[in-house]
Design a protein around this ligand. Structure first.
Ligand code: ADP
Ligand code: ADP
Length: 228
């Protein structure tokens, strides 16, 4: 079991009022699942993603990640777990403009202390996985939006994380590029990776195998999609 949330609450204090961004979430996501999180603006999706991705801690409740309780870790311990287990993909790609695709993808390995020769070959392998073997030396501004997001996916993969978390990964792409990105996620999921993504678009969510819908900090539906 990869992700087990039990009665997770996140309360923000705003002056003398409290906002329950998450009002008691109980949820299991198994290793190898492909899940979309949907819901209106303000329903708690980003707060959930921040907690799932070990960027933030809940106010209360338990989060077991691969059998480890992470809800109560200290900041430095949380960072270690995050760097080991989670790959992130963002709506705005978050690539460094002066670096090549290969250098962008290799960055998490710099932080992990991997030597250069090994970094270069691991980054090249990750770029091959997303179909960009022939664009390794291009900078982001020499790539299309869809290609930039593929570089960002390669960067998320390069550490071999157990979970990939993507926040509106197709939000800045036209529908053709968006579908290509979802086909890459589908392939990575078939290879056994756990993928959790937030999207506003039902057409994007339908690439996944499970749609969890939020409203007012609570899960209002959790639906398995049957695939033939
Ligand atoms: P979504 O991603 O679905 O738009 P969020 O998780 O960003 O929702 O927000 C859920 C609720 O928590 C909203 O009411 C939002 O205003 C509130 N919220 C989110 N982050 C903060 C914060 N840092 N401080 C105070 N309130 C916050
Ligand atoms: P795709 O359909 O694969 O998303 P495009 O049709 O947008 O790609 O781009 C075709 C080719 O043009 C790409 O291989 C890319 O390298 C190149 N290209 C796209 N945008 C730019 C740009 N702003 N500057 C330089 N090259 C670009």
């Amino acid at each position: 079991m990869s992700i087990v949330l039990s009665n997770i609450k996140k309360i923000y204090q705003m002056g003398d009022t409290q906002v329950a961004a998450l009002a008691g979430i109980t949820l299991e996501i198994s290793a190898g699942e492909f899940t979309a999180i949907m819901g209106p603006s303000g329903s708690g999706k980003s707060t959930l993603m921040n907690i799932l991705g070990c960027l933030d801690r809940p106010t209360s409740g338990s989060y077991m990640l691969d059998g480890e309780e992470v809800a109560t870790l200290k900041d430095d311990e949380l960072a270690v777990t995050r760097n080991k287990k989670i790959g992130f993909v963002f709506q705005n790609f978050n690539l460094l403009p002066r670096m090549s695709a290969q250098q962008n993808v290799a960055l998490p390995l710099v932080y992990a202390g991997v030597v250069k020769q090994e970094r270069d070959s691991m980054a090249a392998a990750a770029l091959s996985m997303v179909g960009l073997a022939d664009r390794m030396h291009h900078r982001p501004n020499e790539l299309s939006g869809g290609q930039r997001q593929r570089v960002a996916i390669a960067r998320a993969l390069v550490n071999n994380p157990s979970i990939i978390m993507a926040d509106e990964p197709t939000g800045n792409l036209d529908s053709k590029s968006g579908n290509e990105i979802m086909e890459i996620f589908t392939k990575l999921n078939k290879e056994g990776r756990t993928i959790v993504l937030v999207t506003h678009e039902i057409e994007i969510a339908q690439f996944t195998r499970r749609i969890i819908s939020f409203r007012d900090g609570l899960i209002i539906s959790d639906e398995a999609l049957l695939k033939v």
